[in-house]
Design a protein around this ligand. Sequence first.
Ligand SMILES: N[C@@H](CCC(=O)N[C@@H](CS)C(=O)NCC(=O)O)C(=O)O
Length: 234
Amino acid sequence: MATEYLSPPLDATAEEPALFDGTTRLYMAYTCPFAQRVWITRNSKGLQDKIKLVPLNLQNRPAWYKEKVYPENKVPALEHDGKVIGDSLDLIKYVDTNFEGPSLLPNDSDKKKLFEELLSHMDKFVGMVFATIKGDSTTEAGNAFDHLEHALTKYDGPFLLGDEFSLADIAFIPFVERFQIYLSEVFKYDVTEGRPKLTAWIEAVNKIDAYTQTKKTEPKELVELYKKIFSVQK
Ligand SMILES: N[C@@H](CCC(=O)N[C@@H](CS)C(=O)NCC(=O)O)C(=O)O
């Protein structure tokens, strides 16, 4: 896959795009894990020419974004077919269903069921790791990653739903990417240790161009951001 030129994020001084002119636009931020899910989905389906990235500077957002595009004022949001829709987990399914390119969900009903179960566990997974980040013990994060390790035994990998990279991997990897960095940097905790399936999964996902092109997490910035969000003193 050719490396895509990434234009600088739009800030409050940026002019609005020609909204609803038929162009499909993904409003996003390069460092947002939610937006990254939709970005990976777009790349995996080869939709680089069909879905235009509109990166925003979230610290200094253009006013027209909230006023004219997405009143929730968050990213990601997709402008498509005269409407704007949001929420990353809805959007990855929407892009997979409504656009050309390889399907990112298997037809197998058991696999689809596991996919939905994994999605319904997402908030808990993230919440458990955040509990560790806010405190002193790695127990909660360890339990969260044990759950993922266990999920990976179901289809013998390397991916969550078997041998094909799918929306399930796309939903988790942006968060795993960040948590692996933070837990290693701040807690000296290696999430892969003693978790062979997770190790193999992370390795396999890191061979997927559609994903690696979206990897923009800088460890130092991430640590500062999480410390600020969670008011971590140490
Ligand atoms: N539930 C949303 C969450 C999106 C979200 O919180 N995005 C963050 C950036 S990573 C955002 O736009 N924050 C801006 C704000 O809350 O004002 C999703 O899954 O898309």
